[in-house]
Design a protein around this ligand. Structure first.
Ligand code: GAR
Length: 197
């Protein structure tokens, strides 16, 4: 299998994947970001498929087609989103059905969306965690592959809680991808107690 990682942020999960020896053949981002500098430092091909708009006129399917064409040109067979900031459209799910993974900084189905950590804190939750799942067209709702809880501490702010969650994501996402690459798809997990919003 040939693994592509999609990023938009700091790239700490990408770093963990590279350091774990996952066979990453391509890193793609939707914008210039620190993760792309990290990819370059790891000597992995890194391509910015630049988003031309963040407004209502964004051509989501057109953008998705450009990105999907690149994945196919490079022979990618498995796609891992690691903090990717663009919701992809149907074309990638047509051509990579069941082969797109995502990690999310909350215990889905609780707290989907881009502000999961802030929403967790605002809600006064005492337990959070992370979820590795197969991505589907509907954001943060595909079949869950792995979950692990993380405590929310009384003095947490968004940055401290997110970092505690990311420590777990870096291990859990790597382990889950490794299982899939080894042909041992993880059993779909049942959401732990306390995971509902
Ligand atoms: C991770 O916490 C990941 O779960 C989150 O972005 C972070 C990326 O961290 N993704 C989402 O919130 C997607 N909904 P990184 O840039 O340090 O690897």
């Amino acid at each position: 299998m040939s693994l592509a990682v999609l990023v938009s942020g700091t790239g700490s999960i990408l770093d963990a994947m590279v350091e774990a020896g996952l066979p990453i053949t391509l890193v793609v981002s939707d914008r210039p970001c620190p993760a792309m500098e990290k990819a370059a430092g790891h000597d992995v091909e890194a391509v910015v498929v630049c988003r031309d708009s963040f407004d209502d006129d964004f051509d989501r399917d057109g953008y998705t087609l450009r990105l999907t064409d690149l994945l196919e040109e490079r022979g990618v067979t498995l796609v891992a989103m690691a903090g990717f900031g663009t919701v992809l459209g149907q074309p990638v799910y047509d051509r990579y059905a069941g082969r797109i993974l995502n990690t999310h900084p909350a215990l889905l189905p609780a707290y989907p969306g881009w502000h999961a950590v802030a929403d967790t804190l605002a809600d006064g939750a005492t337990v959070s965690g992370c979820t590795v799942h197969r991505a589907t067209l509907e954001v943060d709702s595909g079949p869950i592959l792995a979950q692990e809880t993380v405590p929310v501490l009384p003095d947490d702010d968004e940055a401290s809680l997110h970092e505690r969650i990311k420590v777990v994501e870096r291990r859990l996402y790597v382990d889950t991808i490794r299982s899939i690459l080894a042909g041992e798809p993880p059993v779909e997990a049942v959401a732990p107690e306390g995971a509902s919003a």
